[in-house]
Design a protein around this ligand. Sequence first.
Ligand code: ADP
Ligand code: MG
Length: 290
Amino acid sequence: ATPTALLVGTGRGSQLGILIRGPQVLEATRAVDTIVLDKTGTVTTGRMAVAAVHAVEGVDPAELVAWAAAAEAGSEHPIAQAIVEAHGAPRDAEAFVAHTGFGVQAAVGDHAVVAGRAAWLAEQWSVPLPREAAEWARAQEDAGATVIAVAVDGRALGAIAVADTVKPTSAAAIGRLRALGLRPILVTGDNAGAAHEVARAVGIDDVRAGVTPQGKLDIVRALQAEGRVVAMVGDGVNDAAALAASDLGLAMGGGTDAAVAASDITIVSDDLGAVPVAIRLARRTLAIIR
Ligand code: ADP
Ligand code: MG
């Protein structure tokens, strides 16, 4: 009876846009009691748009966006897509390096451009935002935006605020996950203001913000060390290590290949609502087999 039940489970799953890597995955769905959710691209659409630009005195905001767009053109991050879209065809860049969870660097003509978290620019590149720009950034973050600081040749030019929207089905999905006995935790590399705004909208009270990709992995391991059985949902390269270490990894199908490769289940539809459906389906299939 076993193979038939498995076929039913996985066949129904694929109809719903839920791809389960193999029968061994079902067992893990039974015991999971905690679900760690990435924010950007998982709970939110990940389709960001530039909301506001703040250039330091003497700098043209359009010029600031142009530098950032050139540096971001090589990145697949939703933030990069928003900035490139805001500018149009970017200038050519060379020596592009993505620093996962922090930002990007590139050479544009003879100029060195870095764009990313303000704290990363300050610590890694010794280019803090000037005070008024830092205050603007903090106010934008408190309002729920994600702020990208931009520097050229070691000079901070200002910052760009990008905003994202919560997927319409995310709040209901979190409610269903709770009903299945899972405790949700929102984990993000983004700032605390943006993280809490999203958490409040979907009904999550446990929020960890400013978390690096390594930090996401550490959180999963620490929860496991407490005896929890951990599911993780993510979409990015920055989630891959945590997805691989979790007891049940779920990747958003619209996310990066690295996240899909590290996961046990792929949600093709990109709808967070499919996550509780997947867990319920897998548990039910397991019950039929036994
Ligand atoms: P999340 O965990 O919400 O998916 P990430 O770990 O991908 O977020 O990113 C964390 C933070 O690092 C972002 O909020 C942003 O400040 C910065 N960052 C990441 N990638 C980029 C990029 N391509 N350009 C600029 N900043 C970036
Ligand atoms: Mg993400």
